[in-house]
Design a protein around this ligand. Structure first.
Ligand code: ADP
Ligand code: MG
Length: 282
């Protein structure tokens, strides 16, 4: 009965906190297919974390619905299954690690979710390999860097063999190398294992690597498209309280100075290509 193609389907999704005047998530319609990588952006308070919790069945919609691999989050009896299909990584690595040894931490979810003991060893090894943390299996989590801790948190979820990985600003507390480690891990899981990714981030450079971007504002989807489609609307993105990726910003500034550079440059490589193209012309 699980829908393997459509991993997340949200229809007219709304959520209001008790006694709040307005919906924190307000009429969201979205779909994440197998192997897709979606980035969610939006200024503080725009509803991203509330949406993430709805996608993971931590919250039940006050209106509309979310299907995770075809399973309706409104059905209490499916919550357990849904959390195995869609795992969530949060912002603070220290709040997610519960055990005093890395491999025990990865085992924790497996034990709680009734995975047969005979399979647990294999699942731990597989998950630690997937996040490139095999050498740290016997280490104490408090000895690890922030990026390593987040990779352990991701391993705990990967061990459940999920179809969707939801990350809510999971790189926000990391230094640049920790962020890079986590992003590489997430991209590898997405590309090689076909795990769908929903990445909530305030780093535009991370969003630029997604297949699609969704920008939230006041609980609604204000803008959506490929990173190129979204970020080329520089003024619109800024009006929503966000930056554009650094190279898009540079291209925009150069265009304002009369340089006929493409308006949808996203990466350093693309900028180099544009500059070469322009200098060949003169
Ligand atoms: P974001 O993750 O984009 O910063 P949130 O989903 O956390 O946004 O918040 C969306 C809106 O819901 C905000 O107006 C916020 O104040 C409100 N909100 C978030 N959590 C709660 C809560 N536990 N109780 C009441 N209101 C909340
Ligand atoms: Mg948030």
């Amino acid at each position: 009965m699980a829908d393997q193609e459509n991993r997340i389907v949200a229809t007219d999704l709304c959520y209001a906190y008790p006694e709040a005047a307005a919906n924190a998530v307000d009429g969201v319609r979205m779909r994440v297919k197998r192997g897709e990588f979606l980035a969610i952006l939006g200024h503080n308070g725009s509803g991203k974390s509330t949406l993430a919790k709805l996608l993971n069945a931590l919250y039940v919609p006050t209106r509309g619905s979310v299907l995770v691999c075809g399973l309706d989050t409104r059905d209490d009896e499916l919550v357990f299954d849904i959390r195995q299909h869609a795992g969530m990584v949060f912002q603070n690595p220290d709040n997610q690690i519960v055990a005093t040894v890395v491999e025990e931490d990865v085992a924790f979810g497996l034990e709680n979710n009734g995975v047969p003991p005979a399979q647990i060893r294999e699942r731990i090894d597989e998950a630690l390999r997937a996040v490139n943390m095999t050498d740290f299996a016997k280490k104490a989590p408090h000895m690890l860097s922030g990026g390593q801790k987040q990779r352990v948190a991701i391993a705990g979820i990967i061990a459940m063999r999920p179809d969707v990985l939801i990350l809510d600003e999971s790189t926000a507390m990391l230094d640049p190398s920790g962020r890079r480690e986590v992003m590489q891990t997430v991209h590898r899981l997405n590309e090689e294992e076909g795990i769908s990714v929903v990445l909530i981030t305030h780093y535009m450079s991370e969003a630029a690597t997604a297949d699609y971007v969704l920008v939230m504002d006041e609980g609604k989807i204000a803008l959506t498209g490929t990173p190129r489609e979204v970020f080329s609307q520089v003024e619109r993105v800024r009006a929503l309280g966000l930056d554009v990726p650094p190279m898009t910003d540079l291209a925009h500034t150069l265009r304002a100075q009369g340089v006929p550079i493409a308006p949808d440059v996203l990466t350093v490589d693309e900028m180099v290509e544009e500059i070469c193209r322009l200098s060949l012309k003169t």
